[in-house]
Design a binder for this molecule. Sequence first.
Ligand code: UDP
Length: 373
Amino acid sequence: MQILLIGAGLSGAVIGRRLAEAGHSCRIVDSRNHIGGNCHTERDAETGVMMHVYGPHIFHTDDEEVWNYVNGFTEFLPFQNRVKAQARGGVYSLPINLLTINQFFGKTMRPEEAKAFIAAQADTSITDPQTFEEQALRFVGRDLYEAFFKGYTEKQWGCSPTELPASILKRLPVRFNYDDNYFFHRFQGMPRDGYTPMIEAILDHPGITVELSTPYAAEMAAKADHVFWSGPLDGYFDYALGRLGYRTLDFERFTYQGDYQGCAVMNYGDRDVPYTRITEHKHFSPWETHEQSVCYREYSRAATPEDIPYYPIRLVEEKALLADYVAKATATERVTFVGRLGTYRYLDMDVTIREALDTADAFMNCLADGRPV
Ligand code: UDP
């Protein structure tokens, strides 16, 4: 079959590879001048530091098959994300753990004591938290919420945490021990040479052709038997029903001679600091030595049509519009919508890969059974 894949990010590459290995002919086009989508990494021209061009990407998963899959294409080195946060004049450990709690409240509590202490601050009248704020007040109480989550979240999402779903905060654990690993997954690491060579290796198959700086045009689809679309869902329909909202990020780059902040990610909880975090990219490759450092100050704002979309907003309004677009997508024959932009969901890399593998397999099962795809 002639398969057209729009987007050379993780979804397009993984689906393309699976189908190419099964003998299909895959043409992948991407409007950008590089592969990898927002996972793209490249060395900084001035300092040689490996940059996560579209912000930090740390690979973590519990899915052994996905872990083996990525390790089959590149070498991963151990990396654990240990985030720090500045708030109210201090530096604390994230995610909220026993060190954060003891330092923040000036105490020396053991796990059980801290649990009881936080439980006493928590708003137990909230039995079924729906919003971000309710989730925070229920599980960490007002003091920690206001120091670490309220200001950061207002900056990140441009709205009050009372308007956001609890699910956003559920991404972060609260720990009553000193484990400060940001993620709670069995497998965690960073590709030694960045993500772009990994995706290049996935795409390196005789059944795959890749065309960069090539925006999608309808005549491309006319020549294909099936299309996998990993661009924006609303973009496929020319925004006929309106635009799905996204947050975009602005990165303010600066260099520093030496070690600027001593860690890869420093979050800023205070509302009067305009950026959400500073990332110092040489710390994402701790096995490399660089005298000079490159950092990004990260600012979040509503995306305009010209901006690169990052985070789907998914508030009530967007959800209604999304449902209408999903109905249109479902009714569209010979096109499968995939990935973060194609399904308008906030997906981690491992989930993106898992879904891409499953989507390719489901597609081939349908073909084998003679069912419509
Ligand atoms: N968050 C926060 N303070 C922090 C880190 C995260 O309030 O220091 C909130 C914020 O709303 C964010 C959410 O928790 O969107 C999920 O955090 P995560 O680290 O998963 O954000 P991402 O990796 O998507 O930037």
